[in-house]
Write a protein that binds this ligand. Structure first.
Ligand code: 13P
Length: 236
């Protein structure tokens, strides 16, 4: 069953979360659905019986890092997943240098990782060197921890995020094939790959015809509960 990961980013307030839960409760399949709300609302989804994750974790387990949130604290809120290396974290918080370390912290704490990778600018052909570099930097010090089940790649071309545009089917298919093959050839791990970047009700049917997609990491479209009900019913 394909995964549906809803990344709310820094959106929605408590009243919106209450309404969201009202709209979806008892109407949606929970097994393949994971919510990544802002930290104050993680426990609301958890208490309603949904799987939850954080949008990031601190690079330290505990300590003097003002403004950061520890994985141990997030675990207390009920997370079983965390996104690592989202392009917005890489851009605004210099996260490139912490990726390997954050993956290590998550996996040693039994939290599954959704690792985001993707090129900045729309390319004529796949930028295999760039993708390999992002993958290898994330994997190199964590090989003893990563397995088929605890790390998922989200292929999110940065230019597609929030733009309303998605790559062509063939481009997504070839890129996902490349990511899976590189990881299998080099690390002997069969990895699942999500697609993210402007997933919407307008393109979900097109995306569903692409081979190799194991699920979606959805931003803007996931802010409306009706959209997620709709997408969830299509993927059943
Ligand atoms: P959009 O779906 O809003 O393009 O965001 C994608 C994303 O960044 C999910 O992590």
């Amino acid at each position: 069953m394909k995964l549906i990961c809803c990344n709310f980013k820094m959106n929605l307030l408590k009243k919106d979360i209450i309404n969201y839960l009202d709209v979806i409760n008892n109407k949606i399949k929970k097994d393949n659905l994971i919510f990544f709300p802002s930290i104050p609302y993680i426990s609301m989804f958890n208490e309603a019986g949904f799987k939850v994750g954080s949008q990031d974790i601190s690079f330290k387990e505990l300590g003097s890092i003002t403004g950061d949130t520890s994985i141990l604290q997030l675990k207390e809120l009920g997370i079983s997943y965390t996104i690592i290396g989202h392009s917005e974290r890489r851009e605004y918080f210099d996260d490139d240098k912490y990726i390997s370390n954050k993956i290590n912290l998550a996996l040693t704490n039994s939290i599954k990782v959704i690792l985001c990778i993707g090129e900045k600018i729309k390319q004529e052909k796949i930028d295999t060197e760039f993708l390999k570099k992002e993958i290898d930097e994330a994997f190199k010090n964590n090989l003893n921890l990563i397995n088929n089940n605890n790390l998922i790649i989200a292929y999110e071309p940065i230019w597609a995020i929030g733009s309303g545009e998605i790559p062509s089917n063939i481009c997504i298919e070839e890129t996902i094939f490349f990511i899976k093959k590189h990881i299998f050839d080099k690390y002997k791990i069969n990895i699942n790959v999500l697609y993210g970047g402007s997933v919407s009700l307008d393109n979900i049917d097109i995306l569903e015809s692409v081979k190799g997609i194991d699920g979606y990491l959805i931003g803007g479209c996931s802010l409306k509960p009706e959209n997620i009900l709709n997408i969830s019913s299509k993927l059943m």
